[in-house]
Design a protein. Structure first.
Length: 201
């Protein structure tokens, strides 16, 4: 209950304070990439329930000569790189927090196609609401491998406290201001979880 009240209070304040920045970013996206300006994708959340994650759009809807979409690296725009580097693209997730689909801090919500590839222990990550940021994100963010990242998600769930959340939020804020530890194009830095674990079978 305390965590939920904290989420609602901080998310509401951030939406009010950062609304000019969010509107400016949305206008820039509309001018450079067109509509829609919000990107949504189904992710797995609390208790394995699925929801629509909201982010600012960072990639063009571009296709190659064969009609297939270009790679993420090719579709990512310079504006999109800036939005990701500064974490501004994550601001619409505050709406997910207000809806109760996410928390400010928790395991990051991942793609639904990953669901079958978690170990029984790793499934403990679904005992908490997914977060805008988490223990793994302030411990290396996208530079941490899957096994270590998922292990940190489980450690967070097992050892949760308000003090831990506050520490993670402070580190996240500092990282966003400094622009450090962010991999702008994760697909170029590491394999998707399902592909990596299929190779082990």
């Amino acid at each position: 209950m305390t965590k939920r009240i904290t989420d609602l209070t901080i998310a509401m304040l951030l939406l009010v304070v950062l609304s000019p920045l969010l509107l400016l970013a949305m206008a820039a996206i509309a001018l450079t990439m067109g509509r829609p300006v919000i990107f949504t994708q189904t992710r797995t959340g609390l208790s394995g329930q699925r929801f629509r994650l909201m982010k600012l759009r960072t990639m063009r809807d571009s296709h190659g000569a064969d009609g297939k979409p270009l790679s993420d690296t090719e579709r990512l725009t310079s504006l999109g790189r800036f939005l990701r580097k500064s974490s501004i693209d994550e601001l619409p997730e505050l709406i997910n927090v207000m809806r109760g689909e996410m928390s400010l801090v928790g395991p990051r919500p991942l793609l639904t196609r990953y669901d079958r590839w978690y170990t029984d222990t790793e499934r403990l990550r679904f005992a908490a609401r997914p977060g805008l940021t988490g223990l793994a994100q302030v411990s290396g963010r996208n530079n941490v491998g899957w096994d270590a990242r998922l292990a940190m998600d489980v450690r967070y769930v097992r050892n949760w406290s308000l003090g831990m959340d506050l520490s993670i939020l402070v580190k996240t804020g500092w990282g966003a201001v400094a622009g450090s530890g962010v991999t702008v194009d994760p697909s170029a830095a590491m394999q998707d979880l399902d592909i990596e674990r299929q190779c082990r079978v």
